[in-house]
Write a protein that binds this ligand. Structure first.
Ligand code: PLP
Length: 401
């Protein structure tokens, strides 16, 4: 692994012809410590946000010992990654409500997984069959909750409806050693209210089914910071969740869990790209929709950008859109991405906050990919965890304003 002091140093000394992924382990470790110390319960890292083994090891070393995995490949990945790192302390929770029976069996019998989520009777039967009627299961029933406070909905695919939960909770209670209730408010939840509302839904389900609940899992959805999306402090989310949890009719020894993906990984990665052509306010860059910019292309997500020049440009900031390198018209990121008006072909740009659902989603379509990963020591382009607020974040905020 190459190391460099800063993104600027990478651009000016390597002058890379292909995109370079930058990683900032210290930023991920800081996020992990924040959750370990301040969340009033246990934090599971949702591996799908970024399954990089280096990141998994970094989070583990910084206190995240539990992992929310969603596929058998993720189960194997985390098990292998932590095999030599006191991995016996690591715990995997298989939190996809629709699993292959073979995946459940392998997770249980080969990897020691005991925690599974479900949202139908059919899935409950599958889990019981695949584990040969095991008596040591922690089973979490996923409730459907609103995504109204979130930028990305997770409200339509999974989760039992209010009318279905009673029977499901009662049957799961019978099969489980520990019974949990989980939900997901949608990704990038912009208000703590999302969790308070969902916890009210949990309360209704518990009262209706009159079961003893051992685990309340509030899922992911914790935000990061992006242009135009400045969320309240995470402490406000933790407070709302803590208040809600304390008021639930659950057993005295019950546990509170959360499953942050984005919030633990967003600051970990960014990408250095090169401008290959400029056409008006459209920049043709060497990464795009099939690379680390899936969300920028498909849901118009805006990421912070910075021009990487030895001598800082004095030009006014202007809104640019990006075209990625493939031959596909859809390889287009509308932005606007705010850059100095004199940006030109040959310039390097850092696109920040790509650690969650960015760097991990790269494909090799059309032969364009990024093989170089460089560890840097400078601050991420924005942070929810830096104290005091780094100058570059202020700069980003000012640019946006
Ligand atoms: C995707 C996902 C997460 C992580 O969500 P973030 O919004 O990235 O925090 C957590 N739990 C489940 C079940 C998920 O599907």
């Amino acid at each position: 692994m190459h190391k460099h002091h800063s993104a600027l140093g990478v651009a000016t000394t390597l002058t890379p012809a292909a995109p370079v992924t930058l990683i900032r382990p210290q930023a991920a470790a800081r996020a992990a410590r924040f959750f370990s110390e301040k969340f009033p319960g246990r934090s599971l890292y949702a591996v799908k946000a970024n399954p990089s083994p280096d990141l998994i090891r970094t989070l583990f070393a910084a206190g995240i010992t539990h992992f929310d995995v969603a596929s058998i490949a993720e189960v194997r990945l985390v098990a292998e990654t932590l095999a030599n790192a006191q991995g016996d302390q690591a715990k995997l929770c298989f939190m996809h409500p629709v699993k292959a029976e073979e995946a459940i069996a392998e997770a249980y019998h080969r990897h020691g997984v005991r925690t599974f989520s479900l949202d139908t009777m059919c899935e409950l039967e599958k889990i019981v069959r695949a584990t040969n009627g095991a008596t040591d299961l922690e089973l979490c029933v996923r409730l459907r909750v609103s995504s109204e406070h979130s930028e990305l909905s997770l409200a339509s695919k999974f989760g039992a409806e209010l009318g279905e939960t009673r029977e499901l909770l009662m049957a799961t209670r019978q099969a489980a050693d520990a019974l949990g209730i989980c939900f997901h408010v949608g990704s990038q939840a912009m208000s703590p209210q999302a969790y308070s509302d969902a916890i009210e839904r949990v309360r209704a389900a518990i009262v209706d089914a009159a079961v003893t609940v051992d685990i309340i899992d509030v899922g992911g959805g914790f935000p990061s910071v992006y242009p135009g999306m400045e969320p309240p402090a995470l402490e406000a989310y933790f407070d709302a969740i803590h208040r809600g949890f304390e008021s639930l009719p659950v057993s005295y020894s019950s546990e509170l869990w959360c499953e942050p993906g984005r919030a633990l990984s967003a600051e970990y990665s960014s990408v250095v790209v090169r401008v290959e052509r400029r056409r008006g306010t459209e920049l043709y860059i060497n990464d795009g929709a099939y690379g680390a910019l899936f969300d920028a292309a498909h849901i118009g997500w805006r990421f912070p950008v910075a021009l990487l020049r030895e001598e800082e440009s004095e030009a006014e900031l202007t809104g640019f859109s990006f075209y990625g390198p493939t031959c596909d018209d859809m390889d287009h990121m509308v932005g606007p991405f705010m850059l100095p008006e004199d940006v030109q072909a040959g310039d390097y740009i850092e696109i920040g906050m790509l650690g969650a659902y960015g760097a991990a989603m790269r494909t090799g379509f059309n032969g364009f990919t990024s093989e170089t990963v460089v560890e840097v020591e400078d601050e991420p382009m924005a942070s929810l965890y830096a104290e005091p607020v780094p100058a570059r974040r202020l700069a980003t905020v000012i640019k946006l304003g």
